[in-house]
Design a protein around this ligand. Structure first.
Ligand code: NAD
Ligand code: AHE
Ligand code: ZN
Length: 374
């Protein structure tokens, strides 16, 4: 291997459902348009667990997972101008090139400039920067934050205020931005609206924050784990309900509670049956349901088309509709200004060596976010 390789401790996913293995890997220096980032902290999102489970059609092994990080620019490749060594950055799984049809449309945050290679676990030139004893290791969601050092395209980095603690704002790399953005950008909830949020993990709780910021009059949190309810109420939920406490479908319960249904609902679980419940608890004529959760390979949603004929709307969102490079730095400023909190999401902190515990805590419903400190 080249002498220029950087040694990096990383949690490698060698195969579906196998515990991550801490390895010393070789990281190639950044090529043209690329940046080497030293990750300071990373959250563990349910999507990491989803891909590790083998349910992700784009899951590739061996790979370095992780996509909710914060780090510091260590080296820049040829031609990189928008970030410099020492800058604090948040890796973006949704890049922003500013030039593609998607970026120019003004209708979506789903920049496609690097999406095809990203989905194959590769850098835009079709190769990887990670090796273990000469064996290629794949990238993940263009981020691979479960490594001390990672390489990203320049267009996949948001430069943020150095005052912001990376051990907290790493959560803006996915979960908190996604939930808040789904409410504020995608649904555009307004003052006085009623909202139902299914699933009170990192995403659902962030959606509660978004609904509170929007001035929603009623914020109904739904989860099958009662332990999520205290924090949900603290963050602004007006009602918290457990579907297992009722002997009728939860959508009927919500329709009864809200004089015909909510104005907006959000599915933050990845369960296609709950996606149906979320649609069907919306008000006839105008209620909108936003799918945030990621469902496994081969799964499909269904409802009676009459639900849509009679005015309900079904839509989805990725990264809360947020354009990472142009909008995420402003969200970091909002955090610094005290407009919302992040510390309450961090139920556990741990070292990279303990990362498998983060997955266990998530599966056992004990954590909101575990943050790995490098
Ligand atoms: P999480 O595991 O922290 O939270 C999920 C919550 O759902 C838990 O509190 C769990 O108890 C609850 N739940 C499970 N089954 C339920 C049911 N049948 N009814 C009600 N509640 C139920 O997960 P998270 O990190 O918050 O992620 C949530 C989902 O959002 C995942 O599918 C993740 O992949 C997805 N996600 C999507 C995006 C996006 O951009 N669209 C971004 C991040 C995460
Ligand atoms: N790879 C999966 C889909 C996974 C997915 O939907 N990812 C979300 C982000 S989840 C973050 O925790 C997303 O942004 N999707 C848009 C995109 O371009 O990937 C599959 O089904 O193939
Ligand atoms: Zn995520």
């Amino acid at each position: 291997m080249s002498e220029n390789f950087i040694k990096s401790r990383a949690a490698v996913a060698w195969g579906p459902n196998e515990p991550l293995k801490i390895e010393e890997i070789d990281v190639m220096p950044p090529k043209k348009g690329e940046v080497l980032v030293r990750i300071v902290a990373t959250g563990v999102c349910h999507t990491d667990a989803f891909t590790l489970s083998g349910e992700d059609p784009e899951g590739i092994f061996p790979s370095v997972l992780g996509h909710e990080g914060g780090g510091i620019v260590e080296q820049v490749g040829e031609g990189v101008t928008s970030v410099a060594v020492g800058d604090h950055v948040i890796p973006l799984y949704t890049a922003e090139c500013g030039e593609c049809k998607f970026c120019k449309s003004g209708k979506t945050n789903l920049c496609q400039a690097v999406r095809a290679t990203q989905g194959k676990g590769l850098m835009p030139d079709g190769t990887t920067r990670f090796y273990k004893d000469g064996q290629p290791i794949y990238h993940y969601m263009g981020c691979s934050t479960f490594s001390e050092y990672t390489v990203l395209p320049e267009i996949s980095l948001a430069k943020v205020n150095k005052e912001a603690p990376l051990k907290e704002v790493c959560l803006l790399g996915c979960g908190v931005t996604t939930g808040m953005g789904a409410v504020l950008n995608t649904a555009k909830v307004e003052k006085g609206d009623t909202v139902a949020i299914f699933g009170l993990g990192g995403i659902g709780l962030s959606a509660i924050i978004g609904a509170r910021m929007a001035g929603a009059s009623r914020i109904i949190g739904i989860d099958i784990n009662d332990r999520k309810f205290d924090l949900a109420k603290q963050l602004g939920a007006t009602d918290v309900i457990n579907p297992n406490d009722f002997d009728k479908p939860i959508q009927e319960v919500i329709v009864d509670m809200t004089d015909g249904g909510v104005d907006y609902s959000f599915e933050c679980i990845g369960n296609v049956n709950v996606m149906r419940q979320a649609l069907e608890c919306c008000h006839k004529g105008w209620g909108e349901s936003v799918i945030i959760g990621v469902a496994g390979a081969g799964q499909e949603i269904s409802t009676r088309p009459f639900q849509l004929v009679t005015g309900r709307v079904w839509r989805g969102t990725a990264f809360g509709g947020v354009k990472g490079r142009s909008e995420l730095p402003g969200i970091v400023e909002q955090y610094l200004a005290g407009e919302f909190g992040l510390q309450e999401f961090i139920t556990h902190t741990m070292s990279l060596d303990e990362i498998n515990e983060a997955f266990e805590l998530m599966h056992n419903g004990e954590s909101i976010r575990s943050v790995i400190h490098f």
